[in-house]
Design a protein around this ligand. Structure first.
Ligand code: ATP
Ligand code: PRP
Length: 216
């Protein structure tokens, strides 16, 4: 029998929205998947031809780009940051809505003029997106890479500005920051490894169509 297809899903907040979508496509993970005491990372589903792996959001893109998983669910922020040519993103799943924005302390924003920037120092998990955004208008961005809690950087003097995800705006507000520019809107996408899309088309194409129908 052919090895099961592997679908990589992110551990974090997208998972809650992705599970109903998976159910709509007919994929239901084994009970261990929802058991907080389970330390397993790979799970069977009700479909013997599909297994799930649960990995960090950024790693979904890496597993699928290298063909270690054939499909995945990942934010467009992660896709833009890595720009893997081996990833095909055929379906916008309409979940994980947020935006990636530039933010700074409210008192700096009150006297700041983004049109006057020539060099900026930015704390972010997204150095590639940040540099590309600023380079497009001739501003040089010096990035300090963090993996979380970017909002602490301005007040502690690590960098005066940040680039991070914003949804309700609560995190910025509670840390005294305001959004000064929106770089891009973000949603989660179904991603497929390009080689698997060709080599395992008879299994992958109906699955991609299933996701397309589920979100239509
Ligand atoms: N506030 C938000 N609202 C909606 N979607 C979000 C929000 N924050 C993140 N996302 C989406 O969820 C994805 C995963 O984000 P999450 O914050 O769960 O990961 P993380 O905690 O940074 O991951 P890890 O712990 O693996 O580093 C992001 O890539 C983005 O697409
Ligand atoms: O505008 P809001 O609704 O407040 O959402 C924005 C927050 O959500 C994300 O972090 P998350 O809560 O996923 O935690 P993280 O720091 O682990 O990434 C993001 O990094 C922001 O900190």
């Amino acid at each position: 029998m052919q090895e099961p297809l592997i679908l990589a899903v992110p551990k974090g907040r997208i998972l809650d929205e992705a599970l109903p979508l998976l159910a709509a496509v007919g994929i239901v993970p084994e009970p261990a998947f929802s058991d907080p005491n389970s330390r397993a990372l790979r799970f069977r589903t009700n479909n013997a031809a599909i297994d799930l792996i649960r990995v960090r959001a950024f790693d979904v893109a890496t597993f699928v780009a290298h063909g270690a998983a054939q499909l995945g669910i990942v934010g467009s922020d992660v896709l833009a940051e890595f720009d893997y040519s081996e990833l095909y993103a055929p379906v916008d799943l309409g979940i994980g809505h947020c935006r990636i924005s530039v933010a700074e302390p409210a008192d700096l924003a009150a006297k700041d003029d983004p049109r006057g920037w020539s060099h900026v120092r930015i704390a972010t998990k997204y150095p590639h997106i940040t540099r590309a955004h600023f380079e497009a208008r001739g501003v040089q961005a010096e990035c300090v890479k963090l993996n979380g809690a970017m909002e602490l950087a301005p007040v502690l003097g690590l960098a005066p500005r940040i680039v991070d995800l914003v949804s309700s705006g609560k995190t910025l507000k509670e840390n005294g920051l305001v959004e000064v520019e929106v770089i891009a809107q973000v949603t989660s996408r179904l991603v497929v490894n390009r080689a698997a899309f060709k080599m395992r088309a008879s299994e992958v194409v109906p699955l991609v169509d299933g996701f397309r129908k589920a979100v239509a």
